[in-house]
Structures are given as structure tokens and as C-alpha cells.
Design a protein around this ligand. Structure first.
Ligand code: GLY
Length: 411
């Protein structure tokens, strides 16, 4: 069995390690991959477009491709691979717009009665400014495109909101992503990530997760790709799960089927729990990173078997260990802005599993940092407290110059 995984972060390393744990005979391929994936499989080179990747997969008889990163989805990789007759896990381009086009996603939510914060769409700077001048409430301003995860701003007064708007619509700091914007009601509460598998008929949710998005402790500072995660999310109480299924998951499924947006792949519900009600902030059409690194160590089911069963149109379910997990992301000082790479990492060769490489490479038997997020340290335990203690004990074993991590993951 040959499997290709598309992406180059900790998430893709975690998917690969899980597949090999279930079946060590699998041959793994990654594009572009990283230093960790090059040890458990082959990082393929020189296939820069999704069409090139399609030719590669056909020629090398890849059995199944799993898309990790949205970048490939928004280039239509699923449509192209399906045209080649290749099996691929991920949404086709139109369904991936639920992640890549926020106005499309909000319109879908409105049409199918999916509970989401109130919003207004603006195509014109002057109209948006007039609205903002009269608004004194806290709001979220979002670019229509995902802008590499940087297009969401929370503001608490008109002056800050106007500055954000100028950056997006006049200075074009986010390029075409900001040609249209969404101004959304700001909800105070707790965020949760629910990742689910869609088999064209049902949406099967994984355990709940909590992502720590900001660079600083207590959610201060700039947005990042994620500085840590825990599973389960302590705010996803039973009543919230029931509310989520009724007001978000079920109408989403109905809408996907009616709009013919079905696919084999992942849906990520980015949720806000506010005053005991759950709201959908956004869809992603892939597994989250670092949620994946926190979820896979808890998955009991054979992941490949589930994927194969869904292609064979069989009933599927996921079985989970009755444990908690905690992931701490080790990054380079300066991330998510300017940071230095090329630092020697010590402690990695003898580190106990699970851990996942995000941005490090092997050079002459040495591990070297190569990106902003470097390593994901994960541990499991009977409680979040136990998992976090074990994870932070493991963090102490790793060292490199300019190492930074948040100390409040799981607190
Ligand atoms: N952890 C958030 C994301 O993957 O988008």
C-alpha cells in the first residue's frame, strides 16, 4: 500500500506515524514533507504543481492520497487527482471554498440555518467605514480569503477597526484576500475545535479539541498556526455537544447533500461557546494543526481501515482511548514574525514518542531548526493535568538556541 500525504508540518508527520503504527508495511510518500517525514517515508521533490503531483501519483501507483494542508485543496488537487482516477481524501474545489471563501461559507450557514454570529458583508471601503464609524461594539473583521490564517482581527473601538480596515482594503496588506470583508458580531466565550470525517453520507465527529492560537500566554499577542492543543476540550459538555449536533452538524450535513458538496474527507468546525450556546465561527476542510498531533495518539481505530471502508461505502466509526492528551509546540523566538533558523537541536534522538516534527531537518546526524514552529511534544494521561505535566517534563529534554513555548497549555 502506497500512501501520499500532502503538507509539510507536524500534522502530516502525525498522520504518517499513525498509519505506520497501524500497519508498518505501508510505504509513505510526503510532499513537501519535513525532516521528520523523511525518516518515516520519502519526501518527494520537484513536483511543484498539483498537476505534477497527479502525474507522479499515477506513475508511482499511489493507492491513496491524504490532503493535510488547505493550500493543495484550494488549488483543486482533489478534482485533478479524481480526473486521473486516483483515490484522494479531501474536498473537491467547490467544497473547499467553505474554508477558502468566507462569504461563501457564511451564505451557506445562513441558507441552512447553521448558528453563526451575526455579520455584514462589505465590498466597498466607504460603506464599511460608514458602518464602523457608527459602531462602538467589539467586532471581528475578516478578510474574505483566508490570507494564510492572518485575516481575522478583533477590535474593541472604532479607531482600531478603521485602522484594520485601511490595512486590508486600502493598503492591501493581504492582497486580494481583502477585496471583500466580513464584519462579524464579537462573541465572548470559549473556542472549541471539532474535527470530523465526512463519508458523503454522515459527518462523524472526533473527540473535541482546544487550540491555543496566540503566541503569548493567556491568549495575548499575534495569531499563530497554533502553539498547543488539548483533547478533550473541557468546555464541550454534553449539553453543548447536543446543541452542536442540532444547530451546526446536522444542518451542515443537510446543506452539503442538497448543494452536492459531498466528499470523503475532513470537516473542521471552529466553534465559539458563548452563554451556553454554540456558534460556528468557521469551517476548515482539513484536520487542524496542532489538533491532529493531539488527536491521533488517542485514536484506537485503524485509520487506514476507516478510510478504505469509506471508499467502499461501508459504515464507519472511530474508536478512541479513554485518555486525555496535551500538545506543546516548541517554536523559534520571533515566530510568527521574524525568526532565526539553523539552530542545532539536542535531545531529539532519545525523546520518547509521541512527538512530531514541524520545522526541523537532519544534517549529518544532527537535527537543525528550519522553521518557526519546530517540534510538537505530546503526551497522554488520565486527566489533562497529568497529560500536560508529562508533556512539559518532556519539553525539558529538548534544547536549541532561541527556543520558545507557551507555559500555559492545558491550564
Ligand atoms: N489549529 C487551527 C488550524 O489548523 O487552522
Amino acid at each position: 500500500m502506497k500512501i501520499l500525504i500532502l503538507g509539510g508540518g507536524g500534522r502530516e508527520h502525525a498522520i504518517g506515524k499513525k498509519l505506520l503504527e497501524d500497519d508498518p508495511s505501508i510505504d509513505l510518500y510526503f510532499y513537501p514533507g519535513n525532516g521528520g517525514t523523511s525518516i518515516i517515508g520519502k519526501n518527494i521533490e520537484n513536483h511543484h504543481t498539483v498537476l505534477d503531483l497527479g502525474f507522479f501519483s499515477k506513475k508511482n501507483t499511489i493507492d491513496i492520497t491524504i490532503v493535510g494542508s488547505e493550500v493543495f485543496l484550494l488549488k483543486g488537487v482533489v478534482d485533478i487527482f479524481q480526473n486521473f482516477g486516483l483515490k484522494i481524501v479531501g474536498p473537491h474545489y467547490l467544497a473547499a471554498k467553505l474554508e477558502g471563501d468566507r462569504i461563501f461559507a457564511k451564505s451557506f450557514m445562513r441558507k441552512y440555518g447553521i448558528r453563526t454570529p451575526k455579520y455584514k458583508i462589505f465590498y466597498c471601503y466607504e460603506k464599511a467605514i460608514n458602518f464602523l464609524k457608527k459602531n462602538t461594539n467589539s467586532i471581528a473583521i475578516k478578510t474574505n480569503g483566508i490570507a494564510a490564517g492572518k485575516g481575522v482581527f478583533l477590535t474593541h473601538n472604532p479607531n482600531d477597526a478603521i485602522e484594520v480596515l485601511q490595512n486590508i482594503m486600502i493598503k492591501k496588506k493581504f492582497g486580494e484576500s481583502g477585496n471583500q470583508i466580513i464584519i462579524e458580531e464579537f462573541l465572548k466565550g470559549n473556542e472549541a475545535s471539532i474535527i470530523a470525517f465526512f463519508n458523503k453520507k454522515n459527518i462523524i465527529p472526533f473527540l473535541s479539541a482546544k487550540d491555543y492560537k496566540k503566541i503569548g500566554e493567556n491568549e495575548q499577542g499575534l495569531n499563530t498556526g497554533g502553539m498547543g492543543a488539548i483533547v478533550p476540550n473541557p468546555h464541550m459538555k454534553n449539553s453543548i455537544w447536543i446543541d452542536f449536533k442540532k444547530n451546526i452538524l446536522e444542518p451542515t450535513l443537510e446543506g452539503l447533500i442538497i448543494e452536492k458538496l459531498t466528499f470523503f474527507g475532513f470537516i473542521y468546525f471552529g466553534l465559539m461557546i458563548s452563554h451556553n450556546k454554540v456558534y460556528l465561527l468557521e469551517y476548515n476542510t482539513r484536520i487542524g494543526d496542532p489538533e491532529a498531533q493531539t488527536l491521533f495518539p488517542l485514536m484506537k481505530s485503524n485509520f487506514l481501515n476507516v478510510i478504505q471502508s469509506s471508499f467502499q461505502k461501508k459504515e464507519i466509526f472511530f474508536d478512541w482511548k479513554k485518555l486525555c492528551s496535551c500538545c506543546v509546540v516548541l517554536s523559534s523566538v520571533g515566530y510568527p514574525e521574524k525568526y532565526e533558523s539553523g539552530k542545532i537541536i539536542t535531545g531529539l534522538n532519545s525523546l520518547q514518542e509521541p512527538f512530531y516534527i514541524a520545522g526541523a531537518k537532519r544534517e549529518q546526524e544532527k537535527w537543525i531548526t528550519s522553521s518557526g514552529r519546530v517540534i510538537n511534544i505530546v503526551e497522554t494521561g488520565n486527566t489533562i493535568q497529568e497529560a500536560r505535566k508529562k508533556a512539559y517534563d518532556k519539553v525539558k529534554k529538548i534544547q536549541f538556541d532561541n527556543l520558545y513555548f507557551r507555559k500555559d497549555i492545558g491550564l
